[in-house]
Design a protein around this ligand. Sequence first.
Ligand SMILES: NC(=O)c1ccc[n+]([C@@H]2O[C@H](COP(=O)([O-])OP(=O)(O)OC[C@H]3O[C@@H](n4cnc5c(N)ncnc54)[C@H](OP(=O)(O)O)[C@@H]3O)[C@@H](O)[C@H]2O)c1
Length: 243
Amino acid sequence: MAEQKTVVLTGASRGIGHATVKRFSAEGWRVLTCSRQPFDDRCPWPGGEENHIQIDLADPSKTVQAIEVIREKLNGRLDALVNNAGISPKGPDGARLSTLDTDLRTWGQVFHVNFFAPVVMARGLQVELVAAKGAIVNVTSIAGGRVHPFAGAAYATSKAALAALTREMAHDFGPLGVRVNAIAPGEVETAILSPGTDKIVDQLPMRRLGQPFEVADAIWFLCSPQSSYISGTEIEVNGAQHV
Ligand SMILES: NC(=O)c1ccc[n+]([C@@H]2O[C@H](COP(=O)([O-])OP(=O)(O)OC[C@H]3O[C@@H](n4cnc5c(N)ncnc54)[C@H](OP(=O)(O)O)[C@@H]3O)[C@@H](O)[C@H]2O)c1
């Protein structure tokens, strides 16, 4: 019987990450989940608690420590790393934080979680990813390519940087046999959305929000053999919002 494949997934506790856990589990993969929350007993899959790593990606030293915990759980191979955790801080009353009113601490937190953590995770798990000829998927955003009415400046620039990082990583990891891609969601129905998103929905070509499972399906594709010659690309998952 073929060896069970393993994915490490950050931001697994809610939204797109949670849907991605379900997708990979349904395909028979072992899913190592990472988030700030401890393991939730309501998660029904076998080995869930053993496969959960509590990690605060805003804290670089804790992230490096957690990578060692992950490596101990891996048996030397990692088939996929999905850098999905992300934060999108808002001002008072949910206001958009612009370049004029985002404090430096907030910029730093956003960049640690959304941008530095993906490269630190990938480098920390490099040996295992190379051993499995694995795939990395970074979750960017439509806000990385244009000013967005709700997503703040720190968030948008962190996602633009993550898209650039995806290209750099594809270049560097390619010779090692590891593919690196990104998916850029538009408006997906999760807790990260801002009040008022319904107004954007009326403008979207498909006239509806995306569902987390629709993003999880794209992530799954980029980790599967069906995408074996795709690397260094960013797939828009937004119902044609970008046109
Ligand atoms: N929903 C959308 O419309 C949309 C659009 C474009 C891009 N995205 C991107 O898609 C990804 C997932 O978003 P989502 O909508 O599913 O968001 P979400 O529902 O807010 O979930 C975010 C996840 O990230 C984790 N997380 C947040 N801060 C963390 C930290 N410091 N350390 C570790 N984990 C942390 C959270 O877990 P804990 O709270 O347990 O730590 C949670 O599991 C993000 O990168 C987001 O930017 C979403």
